[in-house]
Design a protein. Structure first.
Length: 255
């Protein structure tokens, strides 16, 4: 029943036990995972994982922190990946102003190029937005892609704007953190049919595993917290989040 809409199993922290871990996950409650690329190399790794494991799908894209290191033909490379049956989205793309580099204008240029690619191919986007809410919203309003704001860190007001654009809100382990007041408010306010659950593993492990390597099995702790705050059953939340993911990433076929 558990669908993890955002993971990075190509990360080096999984090198020693990747196969054992992924096989073990699919022997439990995990029914699907989207492995998300951050540059050309990790996008290729995501595609390879998707073909190795029947219940993994890939997203391909260039993360904002990689925006100044792309080859000139990167859009053509991404388009070729997206022609593959198991590649379901453009991502992880967006804006990250937490650091001074790459320059904001470079980030915005690459973000817009990839959003336009997604629009042309009619596939969803997976958006990274860190300390760049206003510019992220401006670009989303300009192009109105279908997709999700992953690891959502904005306000309830921004979440409402995202939903009004027809997009989804990705919620992960941060909602379980002891100081996570705003993420909890967002988790309570977003319409049930617009919530996606994710891990961003190996990052952002939820309580009670905060600080450890995250994997998709830990998504249950995020679901338990959100379900508690929304006064609903965990099973219903997981079912709705799975249905939402399959609606958005429509190339996925869970047999």
């Amino acid at each position: 029943m558990i669908f993890d809409s955002h993971a990075h199993y190509d990360d080096a922290t999984f090198d020693n036990d990747r196969d054992d871990l992924i096989n073990r996950l699919f022997d439990t409650d995990i029914c699907g995972i989207i492995n998300v690329g951050c540059n050309i190399s990790t996008s290729k790794a995501s595609v390879d994982l998707a073909y190795k494991y029947p219940l993994i799908w890939a997203a391909v894209g260039v993360h904002p922190q990689e925006a100044d290191a792309v080859p000139p033909d990167y859009i053509d490379v991404l388009a070729a990946f997206l022609a593959e049956e198991k590649v379901v989205a453009v991502g992880e793309i967006g804006l990250d102003y937490h650091y001074d580099q790459p320059p904001k204008e470079v980030q915005k240029e690459k973000f817009e190029e990839q959003v336009k690619l997604a629009k042309t191919l009619d596939v969803p986007v997976i958006i990274h937005d860190r300390d760049a809410h206003a510019d992220t919203l401006d670009i989303l309003k300009k192009y109105r892609p279908k997709g999700v704001l992953h690891c959502f860190s904005g306000s309830t007001e921004m979440a409402s704007e995202v939903v009004n654009l027809g997009m989804y809100v990705g919620l992960g382990g941060v909602v379980t953190f002891k100081n996570a007041k705003n993420p909890v408010l967002v988790a309570k306010s977003v319409p049930l049919d617009r919530i996606l659950l994710e891990t961003d593993c190996p990052y952002l492990a939820p309580e009670p595993n905060r600080g450890s390597r995250c994997d998709s099995s830990m998504i249950k702790f995020t679901a338990e917290k959100i379900a508690l705050e929304r006064n609903m059953s965990v099973d219903k939340l997981l079912k709705c989040a799975k249905e939402n993911a399959l609606r958005l990433f429509s190339k996925i076929n869970l047999k």
